[in-house]
Design a protein around this ligand. Structure first.
Ligand SMILES: C[S@@+](CC[C@H](N)C(=O)[O-])C[C@H]1O[C@@H](n2cnc3c(N)ncnc32)[C@H](O)[C@@H]1O
Length: 336
């Protein structure tokens, strides 16, 4: 193939010029010969004083950029490959469709190959039970389910089989952090390993956050994360059913999206002087979404409070027919 033979002393300068003029052949490795560099080019119409010569070149290995680059599957199954998966610390968590069942292990090995910083690949079999804990199966790499995950400058100890955690709410968590005002007291009713509580405490000079969870393993990780992020003065971990925690606060976070309605009564009663904000989450059918605002304000009225809906957002798609939504509510006493 054609290349420019240039003295080493001007090699970098010439390479940049060629790149700028779209004449550099980036698929091949630059070689050296007799104190010169041989720079592969895509066209010999180069307006430079150096000679164009012919040489053999080694192709540069391109790092794989998607699963299709690394996995060996029959053609008819390539479209079935998962289009997304989660990376939590150094663990990949992936849902695998039934059609790829015989290829689960090679798929796991391919994910290890694709992500250099990943050491474990787990199959995600869904979240279950009151504690919302994930059922996972080992596919490739080290045999562990714990890791350290970083989000917006905070670090979290995670064990995917002991307590709920999803990196998909990272943007939503930061959005809530931005709403919080200094001096507030907050009740995080379903705190899990503490992502909302810790991120708020690290970013806002709040008075107190009561971080509640009834899963003892979640609370153990939550306590660890409070220490890890040095927020022990602001965040109090409480192992309990949220309904039994009697505190008065300015803001409540209700991230239990399959049954949050059952806890609205307690959330509202926790607001100091019946006033404040509620971040409410629900997994709801796409039809239900149209009437969600009025349904919620009606329920809240029946519970004896007035609700103004500030914002409704789809946090993520949950399934083909369901979405995970966030509703920000401003609560005040019902006018008499
Ligand atoms: C969907 S997870 C949310 C965890 C966390 N907020 C996060 O974003 O990662 C819900 C959590 O609520 C806890 N939980 C369920 N019912 C509860 C209750 N009645 N009281 C306190 N915690 C509860 C579960 O153990 C689980 O950790």
């Amino acid at each position: 193939m054609k290349c420019l033979k240039v003295p080493k002393s001007v090699g970098e300068e010439v390479r940049k010029k060629l790149l700028h003029q779209s004449l550099l052949s980036t698929a091949y490795r630059i070689e050296s010969e007799d104190g010169h560099l041989l720079i592969p080019i895509v066209d010999d119409d180069v307006d430079m004083e150096y000679p164009v010569v012919e040489r053999d070149f080694k192709k540069l290995e391109q790092p794989p950029s998607s699963l299709t680059d690394v996995v060996d599957l029959p053609d008819e199954l390539v479209n079935e490959l998962p289009s997304s998966y989660d990376i939590v610390g150094d663990i990949v968590v992936v849902k695998i469709p039934d059609s790829l069942e015989p290829y689960r292990k090679p798929l796991g090995e391919s994910l290890l190959k694709l992500h250099k910083n990943v050491n474990v690949v787990l199959e995600d079999r869904g979240v279950e039970g009151d504690f919302r804990v994930r059922d996972v199966v080992h596919l490739a790499g080290e045999h562990r389910t714990s890791t350290v995950y970083k989000e917006h400058g905070s670090e979290f100890a995670i064990d995917l089989t002991k307590a709920y955690f999803s990196p998909r709410l990272a943007t939503e968590r930061m959005r809530v952090v931005e709403k919080v005002q200094p001096g507030e007291r907050i009740l995080d009713m379903f705190a899990g390993v503490g992502p909302f509580s810790v991120l708020i405490a690290r970013n806002v000079d709040v008075d107190k956050i009561y971080a509640v969870d009834m899963n003892p393993d979640a609370v153990e990780l939550l306590r660890k994360n409070i220490r890890k992020n040095s927020v022990g003065k602001k965040v109090e971990a409480i192992e309990a059913d949220a309904r039994g925690v009697k505190v008065k606060v300015d803001r409540v976070i209700m991230n239990l999206p399959h049954s949050a309605r059952d806890f609205l009564d307690h959330a509202l009663k926790s607001l100091d002087h019946s006033k404040g904000y509620v971040h409410y989450y629900e997994v709801i059918s796409t039809e239900g979404l149209e009437t969600l605002e009025s349904a919620l304000t009606d329920i809240i009225k029946k519970l004896g409070f007035h609700a103004k809906v500030i914002d409704v957002r789809e946090v993520r798609t949950y399934s083909a027919s369901k979405v995970h939504v966030a509703v920000d509510l401003e609560i005040s006493p019902l006018p008499v």
